[in-house]
Design a protein around this ligand. Structure first.
Ligand SMILES: [Zn+2]
Length: 263
């Protein structure tokens, strides 16, 4: 059994946002309060985090997350990356390095902005002063392992940063991040029907660098998961309105949403 927690269901500005307020979201519905994006996975005791939201501190506290076997990055945009410094608290608890995994362009972004926290496998930083992270560069289409969980990264296209999706735990779960379209080559890496697909929306009508709801539903139909969760929503996406426009096996995400797969 795998457990998934949507730590943050929001796009970059969060909901409500300073400039746009609640937008089209019903302020009476607590599921519309969204922090920025991170997703936590527990694969039978292997703990994996995807992306480090700028809201990571409260997300880890709220869900009592104190152990991570690896952190995967989808791309270098701030809303997915800039909570990275909060990983120091996990270093302090575990008293060891954390392995982080990302494609070359994302690793370069992390090195440029956060070089002070990167280290070597045989060295641990002083975790009172700074985080201690080991960078691991991954390649699209090449399987890598975190503890005992197999992961295949794949290319997502059309976003304004190079973006990576992940096929997790032998295909049980597919995690898609910011994208405009996905190539047939990338889709062909998904070999079985996933139990869960996580896919981002941003706004229902789409944007130059983000797919809209029609495109997202088209990819859900193509990948054909048992369940799908629509994540990464801005203030244009009201929880009930999105659910009303999607099939029964597709649900809008909300902060601290828990999903468990059955064996
Ligand atoms: Zn984003």
């Amino acid at each position: 059994m795998s457990k998934i927690i949507i730590l943050g269901a929001g796009a970059a500005p969060g909901v409500p946002s300073l400039s746009y307020g609640w937008g089209d979201c019903n302020p009476e519905n607590p599921k519309n309060v969204r922090s920025r994006t991170s997703v936590y996975y527990d694969f039978d005791g292997t703990h994996i985090l995807i992306d480090t939201s700028p809201d990571l501190r409260l997300q880890l506290l709220n869900n009592n997350i104190k152990h991570l076997d690896g952190v995967l990055y989808t791309h270098k945009h701030a809303d997915h990356l800039h909570g990275i410094d909060d990983l120091r608290e996990i270093n302090r608890i575990m008293l060891k390095n954390i392995n982080i995994y990302a494609q070359a362009d994302t690793i370069t972004g992390i090195r440029e902005r956060f070089s002070y926290m990167l280290t070597q496998p045989d060295h641990i930083n002083n975790v009172i002063r700074r985080p201690s992270l080991i960078p691991n560069q991954i390649e699209w289409g090449k399987t890598f392992i975190v503890k005992n969980v197999s992961i295949i990264p794949f290319e997502l296209s059309g976003h304004n940063a190079i973006s990576t999706g992940y096929i997790l735990n032998g295909g049980e779960i597919v995690h898609i991040s910011d994208f405009k379209f996905i190539s047939e080559e990338s889709l062909s890496l998904i070999k079985r029907r996933p139990k869960l697909l996580i896919i981002p929306l941003t706004t229902p009508f789409g944007q130059p660098f983000h797919a809209g709801l029609d495109e997202v539903l088209k990819y859900i139909e193509k990948i054909n998961p048992e369940h799908a969760i629509i994540n990464h929503m801005a203030a244009e996406c009201d929880y009930d309105a999105i659910n009303a426009k999607t099939p029964d096996n597709v649900e809008a995400a909300y902060d601290n949403m828990i999903f468990e797969t059955k064996d």
